[in-house]
Design a protein. Structure first.
Length: 212
C-alpha cells in the first residue's frame, strides 16, 4: 500500500475512535501494515483531534526504526510483534476503552462469548500478563494472548489490543469487544448480587471488588 493512502486510513480511524468513544479517557494508538517490512502508526503523545495525516509515522517491523522527525507511538513494539507473528493481520488498534479496560484491570479472560462475538473475536479474549507499556515483556505477552487466531486481547491494568485483516475489521473488533466486555461485567454483577446494577459506575466498581 502507498504511504499516503495508509496514513489517510490511520488518520480516519483515529477520528472514528474518538467518535465511537473508544478513546474517551486516554489516547490509544493505531497502525496499518505497509508491506512485509513496515507499517505506519500514530505518533507519540498526540491528540487524535489535532493530528494531521502527515504526522502518521512509518516504522520498520524488524528494528523499530522510523522515518522522519515525528516520533512514533511508544507502543510501536507491540504493533510490530503482531505484524511479525501474524502475516494475515494488516491493522492493529490499541485502546483504553472503558469496559475492556475494567475487565483488564480484573485480569480476567472473557469466556462464554456469544456466537457472533466468538466469530469475530476468537473463542475467548485472554488477558496478557501485566508488563509496563513499551517494554519487550508487554510485546511478548500481548502476542501470546492473541495466539490461536484470536483478534482481541486484554492487557492487564492497561487496555485492549484489537487486530484485523483490514482497518475496518480491526475497528469492528474493538467495537464488538466493548459490547462483549460490557455483557461479561453485567453477567458477573448479576451472578454476584442477583440483580442488575442501576448505574454503570456501580457495575464497574462492584465488578472490580468481586471479580478476583
Ligand atoms: Zn496503552
Amino acid at each position: 500500500m502507498e504511504l499516503s493512502q495508509a496514513r489517510d486510513i490511520v488518520y480516519q480511524a483515529g477520528l472514528d475512535l474518538v467518535k465511537e468513544g473508544l478513546v474517551a479517557r486516554t489516547w490509544g494508538n493505531i497502525s496499518l501494515r505497509l508491506d512485509d517490512h513496515s507499517f505506519v502508526i500514530t505518533p507519540s503523545g498526540r491528540n487524535y483531534e489535532t493530528l494531521t495525516a502527515e504526522e502518521i509515522v512509518a516504522v520498520r517491523i524488524n528494528d523499530l526504526t522510523h522515518q522522519g522527525d515525528v516520533k512514533p507511538s511508544s507502543e510501536k513494539g507491540m504493533h510490530a510483534e503482531v505484524y511479525r507473528r501474524r502475516p494475515e493481520i494488516n491493522a492493529v488498534v490499541h485502546t483504553h476503552q472503558r469496559h475492556a479496560s475494567t475487565v483488564a484491570a480484573a485480569r480476567k479472560e472473557v469466556t462464554g462469548l456469544s456466537e457472533d462475538h466468538a466469530r469475530l473475536l476468537g473463542k475467548s479474549v485472554r488477558c496478557a500478563a501485566y508488563a509496563l507499556p513499551g517494554t519487550k515483556k508487554l510485546m511478548k505477552a500481548a502476542g501470546q494472548a492473541l495466539e490461536e487466531g484470536r483478534h482481541a486481547a486484554l492487557l492487564a491494568n492497561h487496555g485492549a489490543l484489537c487486530v484485523g485483516s483490514t482497518m475496518e475489521a480491526a475497528f469492528r473488533v474493538a467495537l464488538e469487544l466493548e459490547g462483549a466486555c460490557e455483557s461479561f461485567i453485567a453477567e458477573a454483577f448479576a451472578r454476584h448480587y442477583g440483580t442488575r446494577a442501576s448505574t454503570m459506575e456501580e457495575m464497574h466498581a462492584c465488578y472490580l471488588t468481586t471479580a478476583p
